[in-house]
Design a protein around this ligand. Structure first.
Ligand SMILES: Cc1cc2nc3c(=O)[nH]c(=O)nc-3n(C[C@H](O)[C@H](O)[C@H](O)COP(=O)(O)O)c2cc1C
Length: 284
């Protein structure tokens, strides 16, 4: 008899692509009658704590899918912080997945994989999925245009199928960490020096137009990490991840920044990126 296991999908998704990927994974798990709980990270601490408690208390094997967009060559800090918080348990497995905007998928999978392993979670597989670059929403031809597409979704379904099969083994096969260390080492060292704080110095400042702002609160509501408050105008806390949702979703266009200089930089990096397949699954 095949022993049951419980699946959990944790993700953060400012612009919706990682949420889409999480949804594809959840649908495939449900189609296989495999139990799954989805949890968006960053918004609702109470719900997150409850789901982490469920992970801790699960008697059966657990398999955690962890999804992050790639920001400045890394997984989002709040996803790395989540890995730190995971309960230590036996028979715990994980599958990191990342969506990236065609510039570089960076070290997101490598770092998530290493952190999960350090926490005692057996890494069974991983995936990267190409997506529209979320800083280019204003353009007709963004890097990553048209992605994720149906073929990307099928790849994620194949990932789930392989993981489910692997989990039915008494001792599931683990992915070797070297599989996720695919960036040339010299580039990887440069990427290690990057972070969101440095990106914040390169990205343009957002200006609040007080004549246009109606203080409707949409920006605060749509902030994926609860880093925006109205006091009385929109202001950003330290934990802002620079997703620009506030600007993209403001109904009054009261938050503005000139991103044009960033576009050239992203295209340059996209040209230089030599990553093999833009969307790929990694299996043992
Ligand atoms: C501040 C910021 C930094 C980003 N850095 C990278 C990067 O280093 N490499 C890359 O390919 N895409 C980068 N992206 C694009 C996102 O990784 C990509 O669009 C992702 O699919 C967005 O996921 P989401 O739709 O779930 O938010 C960045 C986007 C933002 C807003």
């Amino acid at each position: 008899m095949i022993e049951n296991h419980k699946n959990f999908i944790f993700y953060c998704s400012p612009a919706g692509t990682t949420r889409h990927a999480a949804g594809v994974i959840a649908d495939r798990l449900r189609a296989a009658d495999s139990e799954v709980t989805l949890c968006e990270v960053g918004k609702n601490e109470k719900q997150l704590s409850q789901v982490l408690q469920e992970v801790a208390e699960a008697d059966a094997k657990v398999c955690l899918y962890l999804g992050s967009p790639v920001y400045s060559s890394h997984a989002l800090p709040l996803m790395m912080a989540l890995i730190e918080r995971l309960p230590v348990k036996s028979r715990a497995y994980a599958v990191p997945f990342a969506t990236w905007g065609g510039a570089t998928s960076g070290l997101a999978l490598e770092e998530m994989g290493a952190a999960l392993t350090a926490k005692g979670y057996g890494v069974l597989a991983a995936a990267k999925v190409l997506a529209v670059h979320s800083l280019m929403w204003q353009l007709d031809n963004p890097v990553g245009f048209g992605h994720p597409d149906a073929a990307d979704d099928r790849l994620l379904e194949a990932l789930v199928e392989a993981v489910e099969k692997n989990l039915s083994l008494p001792e599931p096969l683990l992915l070797h960490s070297a599989a996720l260390e695919y960036q040339p080492r010299v580039m990887a060292e440069d990427m290690r020096k990057l972070n969101l704080r440095i990106a914040g110095k390169i990205l343009p400042q957002r200006e609040i137009n007080q004549d246009k702002c109606t203080q409707c609160g949409q920006c605060a509501e749509q902030c994926p990490v609860a880093a925006l408050t109205l006091n009385p105008w929109p202001s950003f806390a330290e934990n802002c991840i620079l997703c620009f949702n506030c600007m993209r979703l403001c109904p009054e266009e009261a938050i503005a920044a000139d991103l044009s200089a960033i576009y050239a930089r992203i295209r340059e990096r996209a040209q230089a990126a030599r990553e093999g397949e833009p969307s790929q699954i990694y299996l043992p």
